[in-house]
Design a protein around this ligand. Structure first.
Ligand code: HEM
Length: 251
């Protein structure tokens, strides 16, 4: 393997689910924010909910659209797990398996990003980062927040969507959970969106991660980037095909 040899990082189905998820998050956020018709929670101004409602033909249609998009979003993960079960299992295992040196990586990376490398060196701080595997500690922490947050968003959304068809007399506990579901929905979405600012900055804007950004479009990274940024991944047996084949699908 030469320095420029392309190494497969994201299979075709990984890339499709990722960008479909990003598009659906955009649409769900746009319709969800328009459903909140309260002057103190008007993120895009008080005219925004009225504008989106008029665009789709009223509040009831907007709610139906939001629920349909939510079902499509949840279904896309089920389809992904069926099409690329090994990829989904690899992703969950990687994200939820802590590694030695994670806290050191997170602390030193935060110092690097807050003070800058030269200022931190002048203060005598150690900045060498422990070697990372397929995902670095920051990616794993953020992905764990996103996965758990998405489960909470989907479960609380399902409770709210089913609420109108559930009788309070027959299922009092379910109906009592509905206001809590609303709270969980709003807080989880808030945490995920806050995390997405960091994710999008790190993945799409930070120059050092440009090869990873391109890999979400073309599938591969140069071996040089993989060796530098994810040395424990690249030295692992079968690196570049741990959960994918050269054809781009689950092995
Ligand atoms: C403009 C929007 C987005 C951009 C530019 C972007 C970019 C990327 C890139 C480049 C990677 C690959 C990182 C690597 O290989 O090291 C990635 C992975 C990931 N992204 Fe995004 N992303 C966006 C939106 C989202 C959204 C909305 C979510 C979830 C709500 C999300 C969740 C994830 C997760 C969980 C991963 C790790 C999974 C994997 O590598 O297959 N991203 N993203």
């Amino acid at each position: 393997m030469t320095y420029t040899t392309p190494v497969l990082r994201h299979s075709r189905s990984d890339r499709i689910i990722h960008w479909m998820n990003a598009l659906l998050w955009l649409l769900l956020s746009a319709t969800g924010i328009a459903l909140v018709d309260h002057p103190e929670l008007a993120v895009f101004g008080e005219a925004y909910p009225a504008f989106v409602r008029s665009l789709v033909g009223g509040g009831a249609t907007l709610l139906r659209l939001h629920i349909t998009l939510g079902c499509l979003w949840a279904a896309s993960f089920i389809i992904y797990a069926v099409v690329n079960g090994k990829g989904a299992a690899f992703f969950l295992r990687s994200v939820f398996t802590p590694q030695q040196g994670d806290m050191t990586w997170l602390a030193r990376k935060s110092i690097q990003m807050t003070f800058g490398v030269s200022a931190a060196k002048r203060l005598g701080m150690r900045l060498d980062l422990p070697p990372q595997g397929y995902y670095n500690a920051g990616q794993r922490a953020l992905a764990a927040l996103i996965v758990l947050g998405c489960c909470a968003v989907a479960a609380s959304g399902a409770v709210m969507a089913l609420a109108p068809s559930v009788s309070a007399a027959e299922h009092p506990v379910f109906v009592a959970c509905v206001p809590w579901a609303l709270l969980v929905h709003h807080f989880s979405v808030g945490f995920i969106i806050a995390g997405l600012f960091i994710h999008i900055y790190m993945a799409a804007i930070a120059a050092e991660e440009r090869p990873a950004f391109l890999s979400m479009l073309i599938g591969t990274v140069p071996a040089e980037y993989a060796r530098n940024a994810h040395p424990l991944w690249i030295v692992a047996p079968g690196a570049g095909s741990q959960h994918t084949t050269a054809e781009g699908e689950a092995s």
